[in-house]
Design a binder for this molecule. Structure first.
Ligand SMILES: [Ca+2]
Ligand SMILES: [Ca+2]
Length: 206
């Protein structure tokens, strides 16, 4: 389930209007109440975030990279360690571990493996062959945002820097991340897993 992080959007708009950030130079980390990072993603990239804390996987939500290249999401209210699984479109999921603090948490620069044009959660030879074949294509091509019936891939996902064209830099990016795999959140809440394994079921008295 994907829902837009309204709090994050409001915060980003407020920060932009006040002029407190300049592109590429986040001037106010850490962000109180938020977790912030600077990903290798173009502005306005949508990232799906799944938090896991206190032994439970939480519902996923979406948040956008702002014009300054910063990605923010609301820090959960817990005192323990949190795993945030962040996944951009056309990129692999990364696990980010942090402990929430009232003043906010700044995770710094985070690299996401990009160019997963078939979204199979791996950057493999198929992705490299595809981006190489598309060299010279631009977002003016009719099928740029279409899921290819024969290729089962999307050209947009092969444009790793979001500049609307596929060239040597995109090929180099896919080559750099070749062999990478997604760091996936647990498929079920741990409580459910415990129940399925019988570990937390009440034992009858002996
Ligand atoms: Ca792939
Ligand atoms: Ca490009």
């Amino acid at each position: 389930m994907l829902s837009v992080c309204v709090q994050c959007a409001v915060f980003i708009i407020t920060a932009t209007i006040s002029g407190s950030q300049s592109p590429g130079q986040p001037s106010m980390p850490p962000y109180p109440g938020f977790v912030g990072l600077e990903p290798n993603l173009p502005p306005m990239s949508l990232v799906e975030v799944t938090l896991v804390y206190d032994g439970k996987r939480r519902p996923s939500f979406g948040t956008l990279v702002d014009e300054g290249g910063v990605l923010l999401f609301s820090a959960p209210r817990t005192t323990g360690s949190v795993s945030a699984y962040a996944k951009p479109h056309g990129g692999l999921s990364r696990r980010l571990v942090f402990v929430p603090k009232p003043g906010g948490v700044w995770l710094g620069h985070v690299e996401f493996p990009l160019g997963d044009s078939d979204e199979n959660n791996r950057i493999d030879q198929g992705d490299l062959d595809y981006v190489t074949k598309l060299r010279g294509k631009t977002d003016k091509e009719a099928e740029w945002y279409d899921w290819g019936e024969t290729t089962q891939r999307m050209a947009w996902y092969a444009d790793t820097n979001g500049d609307g064209r596929i060239d040597e830099s995109d090929i180099a990016t896919v080559r750099r991340f070749l062999g990478s795999k997604s760091q996936e959140p647990p498929s079920r809440p741990s409580v459910v897993r415990q129940l399925l394994s019988g570990k937390s079921l009440a034992r009858p008295p002996q």
